[in-house]
Design a binder for this molecule. Structure first.
Ligand code: HEM
Length: 424
């Protein structure tokens, strides 16, 4: 897709309010979207992009206000396919009994409030804090295996970031930890089917994967009913048995969410943390010398290079954002990746600085009633990963950072590889 200077044709008849041009913004391009974001913030902070059918928002204050106003802006489109599902994929999914619906992120109050209250009780810091030694051991094992290679070369997505959070979430949920590749394959399909730009033909293998994925969520709920267990699925089933208002289908939907959200974005956070920090040896060295600075550095990574750079909302009534009228039913794409670099909120927002005072104000976990339920688990795992890399491999060198590619997607900014080398 290329930039165009023609007038955006708004399907709601607001063409006159949607000025021309895309300012270099390409919705599915993730390699370096930041110059286009800056231009959008300056030139057209609310732009209707007819190529995808979204009002694209790029300023911090506008995006935070939309996140915060769930009565006007619903999240019901957050998990909807950006590209319509084709007939073959639809048939495969119907015949496969695929009835999954978002666990939480696309649900609205009061349903969302009810389910979130149950999920939150099961999703306690106690449960995943107990996993900390296990996570650390897993990180150490992965790193030691990489560092034992005679060629002194590694690739941190494959060698570290891919496996660690996946094993963590599978353990938390009580799923089979030997099936990391299967769960990753299903998650990749979910990302591609929901936020990707696939043709009808390309959707077919992913549709089969989503059927298997959903059937596994239903099976895990059945197993928890039959056998109990010391895991989050069993906690949710127990809560139901103790009177909490939640159905088996809703519990399976929570698993469907967690088995994606619980590792995909953390894999990216660990990969981005090392990619961004190793590219700045001075700041990396500060963390090696003073590991207590790591948590603040992780917030700065989330601000500067978040795992999710765009998230969706839908207007439930006629409204206005940043001076532009948005009609009832209008769909919004909130560019948090842009908000996080907005100079009106973050001084020198385009600069990466681990000693920045207000990095935690980033919007990478959203804001308001849907604020990410797993943010602490994600940060805990990134912290452990950085601590152990700083301890075991302080002199890792990033190889050809400019050659790193990012998957095409409208929401998730995922580096394909993070190649590194080290001295003997
Ligand atoms: C770096 C890692 C992560 C990032 C960047 C991230 C980002 C997000 C974002 C942007 C939302 C939507 C917020 C909104 O609509 O306002 C969200 C919601 C959610 N996240 Fe995360 N997430 C991460 C890790 C995790 C993990 C590890 C888990 C679970 C183990 C998780 C579970 C959830 C759930 C259940 C929701 C839905 C909450 C609701 O709608 O009430 N996330 N996350």
């Amino acid at each position: 897709m290329s930039s165009s200077t023609e007038t955006a044709a708004c399907p709601f008849g607001h063409g006159a309010q949607a000025p021309a041009g895309h300012h270099g913004y390409e919705p599915f391009q993730m390699k370096d979207p930041f110059p286009a974001y800056a231009e959008l913030r300056n030139e057209q902070p609310v732009m209707f992009d007819e190529r995808v059918g979204y009002y694209v928002l790029s300023r911090y204050d506008d995006i935070k206000a939309v996140f915060d106003d769930w009565e006007t802006f619903s999240s019901e489109n957050a998990q909807a396919p950006v590209r319509k599902r084709g007939p073959q994929a639809t048939k495969i999914m119907e015949e496969g009994g695929f009835t999954a619906y978002s666990g939480l992120s696309a649900r609205r109050p009061p349903e969302h409030t009810r389910i979130r209250a149950v999920a939150q009780k099961a999703f306690t810091p106690r449960r995943y804090k107990a996993l900390e030694p296990f996570i650390r051991q897993n990180v150490v094992d992965q790193l030691e295996a990489m560092l034992a290679r005679p060629e002194h070369r590694g690739e941190l997505v494959k060698d570290l970031a891919y496996t660690v959070p996946t094993v963590t979430i599978l353990t938390l949920i009580g799923a089979d930890v030997s099936q990391v590749d299967t769960f990753k394959r299903w998650s990749d399909s979910r990302a591609a089917m929901t936020w990707g730009d696939l043709s009808d033909e390309e959707q077919v293998p992913h549709a089969h994967n989503l059927v298997e994925y959903w059937q596994e969520c239903l099976r895990l709920v059945r197993v928890a009913h039959e056998e109990g267990g010391d895991n989050l699925t069993a906690d949710l089933v127990k809560a139901q048995q103790d009177g909490a208002e939640i159905s088996d289908h809703e519990i399976a939907s929570i698993l469907y969410s967690l088995l994606f959200a619980g590792h995909e974005t953390t894999t990216t956070l660990i990969a981005n943390s090392l990619r961004v920090l190793l590219a700045r040896p001075e700041q990396w060295q500060q963390l090696v010398e003073e590991p207590k600075k790591i948590p603040a550095a992780i917030d700065e990574v989330l601000r500067f290079s978040g795992s999710i750079v765009g998230w969706r909302r839908k207007a439930l009534k006629d409204t206005e954002v940043g001076g532009l009228k948005i009609p009832e039913g209008g769909e919004l794409l909130l560019l948090m990746g842009s908000a996080n670099r907005d100079g009106a909120r973050f001084e020198e927002g385009e600069e990466f600085d681990i000693s920045r005072g207000n990095a935690r104000e980033h919007l990478s976990f959203g804001f308001g009633i849907h604020y990410c339920l797993g943010n602490m688990l994600a940060k805990l795992q990134a912290k452990i990963a950085l601590e152990e890399v700083a301890r075991l491999a302080p002199n890792l060198k990033l190889e050809s950072p400019e050659g790193i590619e990012f998957r095409e997607n409208i929401s998730f900014r995922v580096p394909e590889t993070v190649p590194v080398s080290w001295e003997a």
